[in-house]
Design a protein around this ligand. Structure first.
Ligand code: C5P
Length: 411
């Protein structure tokens, strides 16, 4: 997908900048033509000479360079590319992108471009988790930027947590996937694949109360389901997002129904039918407590409490079995710790859905609550495995896959 593609690679000023040289090498080996812009902080970590040796082209650093401006104006530089990659995206660059600042070459190009922007953040974990950065990420996403990572792990500064730049090979895959789509925002607007279609998405966990202050839940963040709702809305669909309790904001342009329990989620979905597509991305609690205590269970009243569980309704299976009201495309998820593909295939049959998106949530996987996902798309006759991608890209690819199913009538 990258053969002959023009990539503008902006290298920000962070220790991860050394990995961007490897990304540059990989992009070139994949056949892309890469132009490099180094921020002034980026020049402190890698030199223009090393970047230019790898890109085979001159490296741009200065907004007010008369020679550069005479050769290729900065607006032209931002428009010439098919894709802009910012790696590493530092907290500072992200803030500039989110607020539309244009006080150096990199930020000016990012404001002037009309091409997709892929951001690979890298920063200290505290900076990444700071409320200001959280706002900037959401703002940049709403403005249409794509994110890959950051990953989690130990960092150069000694901290541990999210903030490491995604590995170059994964950024390369994400770039190839973006190139796989209709890249021109203008032409995307002309032919939105889900225009006129209604899509219901469930997302997040459910909370099953035990007493007025306690509940049973799971680690779902709602990121994947929310990203799918966003991607479906961007593809032109009328989206109803039925969400359990999450701490992330809803995407713009979707109808949000907030629920707590599985029973409430089922009722909200049923009320929202009919639809063309149902995507069950929620991590619904399989069981609820049979008897919810009206008062807080006291710690030392009668020794340890014994909770009796009963099964929750299976929303996906019920929707798939809803006869005339069944949406033409019903998609489920299978988060498994063992026997991923076999369990997911069994779920496809048992729940009578058209697709199962299977992901491994076993030990060592950072899928639950994380920003990336590795999924397998299982239909009745085949399994398609996708590389590690950000949840946003998984959402986009999935929405495209579903649009094709709908238009081909082929499930
Ligand atoms: O929990 P399980 O692995 O069976 O979930 C598989 C799929 O079924 C997921 O898409 C999930 O959203 C859906 N599901 C549901 N209602 C449940 C349990 C699971 O819709 N009670």
């Amino acid at each position: 997908m990258l053969q002959e593609r023009k990539i503008l690679l902006i290298i920000g000023g962070g220790i991860a900048a050394y990995k961007s040289l490897e990304l540059l090498r990989l992009l070139r080996s994949a056949g892309a033509k890469v132009r490099v812009v180094l921020t002034s902080a980026g020049c402190e970590f890698v030199t223009p000479l090393s970047a230019s040796s790898l890109s085979g082209d001159k490296v741009y650093t200065d907004l007010f360079s008369l020679t550069d401006e005479a050769e290729i104006g900065h607006i032209q530089l931002s428009r010439d590319a098919d894709l802009v990659i910012v790696a590493p995206t530092t907290a500072d660059l992200l803030a500039k992108i989110a607020t539309g600042q244009a006080d150096d070459l990199a930020s000016t190009l990012l404001l002037a471009t009309n091409k997709p922007i892929l951001l690979a953040p890298a920063m200290n974990v505290r900076m990444w988790l700071h409320a200001a950065t959280r706002r900037n990420v959401e703002r940049a996403k709403l403005d249409g930027c794509f994110f890959i990572g950051p990953g989690e792990g130990s960092m150069a500064c000694g901290d541990f947590g999210p903030g490491r730049m995604t590995e170059p090979l994964d950024i390369l895959n994400a770039a190839a996937n973006l190139m796989d789509r209709d890249l021109d925002k203008g032409s995307a607007a002309k032919s939105l694949p889900l225009e006129g279609k209604k899509v219901i998405v469930t997302s997040g966990p459910t909370h099953e109360p035990i007493d007025p202050v306690r509940f049973i839940a799971n680690r779902s963040s709602g990121r994947q389901g929310h990203a799918i709702a966003r991607a479906a809305a961007q593809a032109g669909a009328d989206v109803v997002l039925v969400s359990g309790p999450v701490s992330i904001p809803p995407p713009v342009g979707v109808q949000l129904i907030c629920v707590e329990t599985a029973k409430e989620m089922l009722a909200a979905v049923q009320q929202s039918l009919p639809a063309d597509v149902f995507i069950a991305a929620a991590a619904v609690a399989d069981w609820r407590v049979e008897r919810i205590e009206a008062s807080k269970i006291k710690k030392d009243k009668n020794g340890l409490p014994v909770l009796k569980f009963i099964e929750n309704p299976d929303i996906l299976a019920e929707v798939a079995a809803s006869g005339e009201a069944r949406p033409p495309v019903v998609v489920g998820f299978a988060a498994e710790t063992d026997g991923l593909l076999a369990n997911a295939q069994a779920k496809l049959t048992k729940k009578a859905c058209d697709l199962i998106v299977a992901n491994d949530v076993g030990v060592g996987s950072d899928v639950m609550g994380g920003l990336d996902n590795i999924v397998h798309i299982i239909s009745r006759d085949k399994v398609e495995s996708w590389p590690r991608l950000s949840k946003d890209l998984v959402a986009e690819k999935l929405v495209r896959h579903i649009s094709l199913l709908l238009s081909n009538g082929d499930k």
